[in-house]
Design a protein around this ligand. Structure first.
Ligand code: PHE
Length: 389
């Protein structure tokens, strides 16, 4: 060993050891056995190592290897364990050297065992990859982690905005009676307002007549909630899916999500409705979006309004804008003061109790929020689209 010692290393018994290593320091007290040739054959029976390694090499499977391990390194009766145990019977002068030599042999056998195990494992994999039609060395497929659908995200944000204003959440059925969807909302059978929603009916006849449908709006829940509430005040929102037989386009889908809101109490006024709507819009869109109210007709409110926001595609300018149909505005909800007849039918007194109601199109809000140009993207389940939110 003629090399120059690197810093912090010093030469002990024929090898370089870092001075900082406690193992190395303790080893300086006796001879070191770091190479085959250094196992002192005067202390350890000659041929023992060769015998052990030979037996290991011919152990052909896991069971044979395990048997070998027990035979040589087993804690109870392993041959090497016995050798190590015999250290204390050695004469004092050679005891340390014997111990070191036996330990060194033990390390060698353990490392040979690990190598043999690894070789057998690789061999088994190699065999499997040729006998079975699969490549077991390929890395596994990463598990895709999902996320909330943009409509769900938007719905949750709207719900949160309303909850912060004191509204509670209720739910109603998607398959609805026509008397809730239409009649109770002041849309009688031959009323032209039924034309506003091309209805998807359930084919079952009850008393000779179709009376169940996929709800066309969440408005029937106004009636359902009032029926369950003996006395106002009411502050409730009802989110859910609705279905219409639509000729679909960039802003119309046959399935849509609505959130109905209903507030009934003494002295509830149109200005309260506007305040709530501004609050919600500010929360969702910040301060720099424009909002407009138009008068509108819904049989269950009087007066009725529609709320629209400035079109994010043409910013209100394009006459051929296909998103806002050239109007510059995108309608996101209908609203109004609950019709007094409905208040009275619920068993309240419309001279005392008034209310407002609104129904938000959640997909429309999501369109505006992210500048999505076509509502039909939402339910085509194209991951290239959905993974962007
Ligand atoms: N139900 C109406 C629709 O689906 C929206 C609406 C709800 C209007 C509540 C007024 C009050 O278009």
């Amino acid at each position: 060993m003629g090399e120059l010692a690197p810093d912090n290393w010093h030469l002990v018994a024929g090898g370089w050891w870092p001075t900082a290593s406690p193992t190395a320091l303790s080893l300086t007290s006796g001879p070191l056995y770091t190479q085959d040739s250094m196992i002192d054959s005067a202390l350890i029976p000659p041929g023992l190592e060769a015998e052990a390694l030979g037996a290991l090499a011919s152990a052909a499977d896991e069971a044979a290897i395990e048997a070998w391990r027990v035979q040589w390194l087993g804690r109870q009766d392993g041959r090497l364990t016995a050798l190590l145990r015999s250290v204390k019977e050695q004469p004092v002068e050679s005891r340390a050297a014997f111990g070191a030599a036996a330990n060194e042999l033990k390390r060698k056998l353990e490392s040979a065992l690990a190598d043999r195990n690894e070789a057998i494992r690789k061999e088994a994999l190699r065999e499997l990859s040729t006998s079975a039609a699969l490549d077991v060395t390929l890395p596994g497929r990463p598990q895709a982690i999902g996320r909330l659908h943009p409509v769900t995200q938007t719905m949750r944000d709207i719900v949160k905005a309303f909850e912060e204003m004191g509204f509670r959440v209720a739910e109603g059925p998607e398959v609805e009676w026509d008397r809730y969807n239409f009649d109770a909302a002041r849309i009688p059978e031959d009323h032209p307002a039924r034309d506003m929603w091309d209805t998807i009916w359930v084919n079952t006849l009850i008393d000779g007549k179709r009376s169940m449908l996929l709800r066309t709006h969440t408005t029937p829940n106004q009636i359902r909630v009032m029926e369950r509430t003996p006395e106002p005040p009411i502050r409730v929102i009802v989110p859910g899916k609705c279905y219409r037989q639509e000729a679909t386009d960039a802003t119309h889908e046959w399935m849509l999500t609505q959130i109905e809101a209903l507030a009934v109490g003494e002295g509830v006024r149109m200005s309260d409705l506007k305040g709530v709507l501004y609050g919600m819009a500010r929360k969702l869109f910040g301060n720099d979006r424009k909002i407009i109210f138009h008068h509108s007709y819904f049989p269950f409110v009087e007066p009725g309004v529609e709320m629209a926001m400035d079109c994010f595609i043409c910013r209100g300018s394009g006459s051929d804008c296909r998103t806002c149909h050239g109007t510059g505005w995108i309608e996101i909800l209908g609203a109004g003061m609950v019709h007094p007849e409905i208040i009275d039918k619920a068993g309240y007194d419309s001279s005392k109790h008034t209310g407002f109601a609104l129904g938000i199109g959640v997909e429309r809000v999501a369109l505006l929020r992210w500048g999505i140009e076509d509502i039909r993207h939402f339910y085509q389940n194209d991951l290239r689209f959905l993974a962007q939110f």
